[in-house]
Design a protein around this ligand. Structure first.
Ligand SMILES: NC(=O)c1ccc[n+]([C@@H]2O[C@H](COP(=O)([O-])OP(=O)(O)OC[C@H]3O[C@@H](n4cnc5c(N)ncnc54)[C@H](OP(=O)(O)O)[C@@H]3O)[C@@H](O)[C@H]2O)c1
Length: 342
């Protein structure tokens, strides 16, 4: 059994990790941590844990976590996770960081979008971006996995076949994305207050969201020698979980609907967690909530050269903790969907 710990286990992604790990047939939970001096019963945060388990979330030193765990999940806010990663590296464990701290390869981008200088630049070259559908071969060897952001997961998976097959123009992509409120984590803010969000709908951080460089970085990597630039407009939906992204792109000269459909089939037919609906059929949040799936449908308009892609995920699962467990499975040589289909 693999000894796994979660640092920051009281947050939304931490709670999802507890649930997934508690039911995972190859995992034993070693430590679940909080900064609080009080011990917290995991069952008060995570309903439906297996009968007879009595997991406790408590303050625990990184030394103890490093010594006792084979896989360590960090579910801490961005900019606070990097010091924990640096401290844990000496134990030579597999670290899966759900924060953004090791996702961007360019430290200037990190400073620009996250407002602080990266404190552990030397570690960035060891980090592998944990999107299995693109970097699976690297994840198999990685000791530090930078788990993708929720919006980037839905946008990148929605566009990856079109970019890899060079079917669209790379400078005219629009990502119009809508997220539920759990995407912002557990801490209170005026913007995510029930009475602000309920029966409301608004755009925020228009073309200024910190996930923009992450999308551009990975899609540019997929484009090989060409830069991809996404105009990203996030919106806040009055629901708890899920992201639905509507992606608009201009087809390259001569590209037909058949090329588009073939590209999605080619890239996703054997992917365990991407379901391609084909043309003219589109996912809703309900189909992906509480699952690790990314569901995708497309519409091609050959007469005006436009393709529209709809991509849906559960932000806490495929957009965070489910993808983190998928990465653990890949890295540990387990079946990729182990513990992720119930
Ligand atoms: N929510 C999503 O949909 C989502 C998706 C993808 C990635 N992520 C990323 O995953 C990480 C965790 O997200 P989350 O939504 O689970 O966040 P969250 O609900 O705010 O939980 C974060 C947890 O980290 C702990 N913590 C430790 N140091 C902290 C500090 N200095 N300030 C605040 N909390 C601190 C807190 O636990 P204690 O108070 O008990 O110590 C808190 O419960 C973030 O980096 C986030 O960007 C989130």
């Amino acid at each position: 059994m693999l000894q796994c710990s979660v640092v920051g286990a009281t947050g939304y992604t931490g709670a999802e990790l507890i649930r997934l790990l508690a039911f995972h047939p190859q995992v034993k939970i070693a430590h679940l941590t909080t900064r609080s001096e009080e011990k917290i019963k995991a069952s008060t945060l995570v309903p439906g844990l297996p009968k007879g388990t009595d997991y406790v979330i408590q303050k625990t030193s990184l030394k103890k976590i490093g010594e006792d765990s084979q896989v360590i999940f960090l579910a801490l806010p961005h900019t606070t996770a990097m010091d924990a990663v640096a401290a844990l590296r000496k134990y030579d464990r597999i670290i899966i960081d759900l924060s953004a701290d090791f996702r961007l390869t360019n430290v200037r981008d990190f400073k620009t979008w996250y407002g602080v200088s990266h404190q552990h630049k030397a570690l960035l070259k060891h980090a592998v971006y944990g999107l299995p559908e693109f970097y699976r071969h690297k994840i198999r060897q990685a000791q530090l996995i930078a788990n993708p952001g929720c919006y980037p997961t839905s946008v990148i998976l929605g566009l990856l076949p079109l970019v890899r097959e060079r079917l669209i123009e790379f400078d005219a992509i629009i990502a119009d994305c809508k997220s539920g409120t759990s995407g912002a984590g557990k801490k209170l803010s005026m913007k995510s207050h029930f009475s602000e969000v309920n029966e409301n709908f608004n755009a925020y951080k228009v073309n200024q969201h910190q996930h923009t460089p992450e999308m551009n970085q990975v899609l540019s990597d997929a484009a090989v020698r060409e830069k991809v630039s996404v105009t990203f407009v996030p919106h806040l939906l009055p629901v708890t979980r899920g992201i639905l992204s509507t992606l608009y792109a201009k087809l390259r000269q001569g590209v037909k609907a058949a090329h588009v459909l073939k590209a999605y089939e080619k890239h996703y037919h054997s992917e365990p967690f991407v379901r391609f609906y084909g043309e003219g059929s589109f996912p809703s949040l309900r189909e992906v909530q509480y699952t690790n799936f990314c569901d995708i449908g497309v519409q091609v308009n050959e007469s005006n050269g436009q393709v529209i892609v709809i991509s849906a995920i559960d932000n806490l699962l495929k957009g965070a903790s489910g993808q983190a467990v998928q990465n653990m499975n890949i890295r540990s040589g387990f079946a990729e969907d182990l513990g992720l289909l119930n």
